[in-house]
Design a protein around this ligand. Structure first.
Ligand SMILES: Nc1ncnc2c1ncn2[C@@H]1O[C@H](COP(=O)(O)OP(=O)(O)OP(=O)(O)O)[C@@H](O)[C@H]1O
Ligand SMILES: [Mg+2]
Length: 455
């Protein structure tokens, strides 16, 4: 807009003020005409200014609306703050996530938008953002519907003289991504578990075949060692009898000398413990072979409803009979609860789990094995929780392996859990191990559920 010259108006007023009377009349008329004309011009200018201003205002409003619509349609969160970290502007993504209006947010410290654990990280981030662009820092907004993780980029804002005046934070919500990642991770873990189970089953099947073969092969020699030793014992008795008779009749010094030099008396004395030891050894081998055969034997006959509380009571009774010191076994199981299965095998599983718990609680002051159960749709679960030392995390995946044991030689074969697991799996169920909240081990048996018994 061209600037208007002031001078004609000034000269007009000076001529009006300084002239004589007739001249005043003469001049005043032309001066007023001049004034009116000038006023017209000024007015026209004003109108032009106003129209100009209005169109600029219009353009400004348009730009403002455009920016607002862009900001509010952004899925990413955008926060503008001053040099002290006070919020100056926040877009709709922010207000919706935190559940406060932009007006309510304005002036608040940036920290108040994020969870407490983030405050230290935020301080570091804001310190760095004074000098550089900080990218991809993961922060968590204290959202209206719970924590909302965002991957934040932070850029400094500067004035015309390059002085730091605040910063702009743009954050991409990663909650969905995180959920998808977690779901993927869960699926991956599940897959790994299934794969481990497959490997385990395959390992069991291979070991099973091997064991069945070895057990079969061992059974024959062991049975003849066993029966031969019995026969040997009878023969030894006969020889002893004969020698005693010879002793009485003949006092042949030569024979007596031979008997001494051959240490026949000591040999005869040794015979009994030797035979007893051999028999014991043969019996142990026979027991192991039987165990191994049981391990590979599959269930015969159709499953029947098994009353779990009764079977548990019987197994607990059994175990307590054999325990070297009193152990409390608390069976907290509904008497009406039934599972489909074979009572003998399930009894064996329960005894194995109870015996393991008792072994694990050996050094504990007040050993307590707590057995609970419940229904879960078509399934029934049994939980054996003890207050022993628990299972080291590294062993959790290995305890079901055949022959894995941490017990001294002669105390455990390491077959109890793998046999139990095979039995439960044959029943269409599962056996899993974990450590309970109180530190002891927790074994869970899941079996197909039969309709409740009517008591
Ligand atoms: N309740 C438990 N608490 C702590 N560790 C346990 C528990 N149950 C089992 N374990 C661990 O699992 C291993 C394997 O158990 P498993 O029953 O298969 O064999 P075992 O008890 O060592 O020998 P077996 O049962 O053949 O006599 C045990 O040696 C022990 O280390
Ligand atoms: Mg065992």
């Amino acid at each position: 807009m061209p600037r208007r010259q002031k001078e004609p108006v000034t000269s007009l007023f000076s001529s009006v003020a300084g002239g004589s009377q007739p001249e005043v009349a003469e001049f005043s008329e032309s001066a007023w005409i001049d004034v009116v004309r000038k006023m017209d011009e000024v007015y026209a200018d004003l109108i032009r200014y106003e129209a100009d201003l209005e169109s600029k205002n219009h353009a400004l409003e348009g730009a403002h609306r455009f920016i607002s619509s862009v900001l509010s349609s952004m899925f990413d969160v955008l926060i503008v703050c001053d040099a002290q970290g006070r919020i100056q502007q926040a877009n709709r993504a922010v207000t919706e996530l935190v559940g406060s209006s932009e007006d309510a947010l304005r002036g608040r410290l940036l920290h108040t938008l994020f969870i407490d654990d983030n405050h230290e990280l935020l301080d570091t981030l804001l310190g760095r953002a004074r000098n550089e662009v900080v990218k991809d820092v993961e922060l968590t907004l204290a959202g209206r519907d719970g924590p909302a993780p965002v991957a934040v980029n932070c850029t400094p804002r500067r004035d015309r003289r390059e002085r730091f005046i605040g910063m702009v934070l743009i954050g991409r919500p990663v909650g969905e991504l995180r959920r998808a990642y977690d779901a993927l991770n869960d699926a991956h873990l599940e897959l790994k578990r299934t794969q481990q189970q497959l490997v385990h089953s395959e390992k069991l099947a291979t070991v099973g075949r091997l064991v069945a073969g070895v057990a079969h092969e061992l059974n024959n020699p062991i049975s003849f060692v066993y029966s031969n030793v019995h026969t040997l014992r009878k023969y030894a008795e006969r020889i002893r009898c004969y020698l005693a008779a010879v002793d009485v009749r003949e006092a042949d010094t030569e024979l007596a000398e031979l008997r001494r030099s051959l240490q026949l008396d000591r040999t005869l004395e040794d015979l009994d413990p030797l035979i007893a030891g051999t028999l014991e050894g043969a019996e142990r081998v026979r027991d192991i072979v039987n165990d191994l055969r049981r391990y590979t034997a599959s269930q015969r006959g159709d499953p029947v409803p098994v009353a779990l509380a009764t079977t548990l009571d019987s197994a607990a009774h059994w175990i307590q009979q054999g325990a070297t010191r009193p152990v409390e076994i608390a069976v907290d199981v509904d008497a009406a609860l039934l599972a489909w299965g074979h009572e003998g095998s399930l009894h064996q599983v329960m005894v194995n789990l109870m015996q393991n718990a008792i072994d694990a609680m050996e050094g504990v002051d007040r050993p307590l094995l707590w057995i609970t159960a419940g229904r879960d749709g078509d399934l029934v679960w049994l939980r054996f929780s003890d207050n022993g030392g628990g299972i080291p995390p590294d062993d959790l995946t290995r305890i079901f392996d055949p022959f894995f044991t941490t017990k001294p030689i002669g105390k455990g074969t390491g077959l109890g859990l793998s046999i139990s697991e095979a039995i439960v799996r044959d029943h269409g169920g599962s056996l899993t191990a974990a450590n309970g909240d109180r530190g002891g081990a927790e074994f869970t048996v899941v079996l197909p559920r039969a309709p409740d018994a009517t008591l």
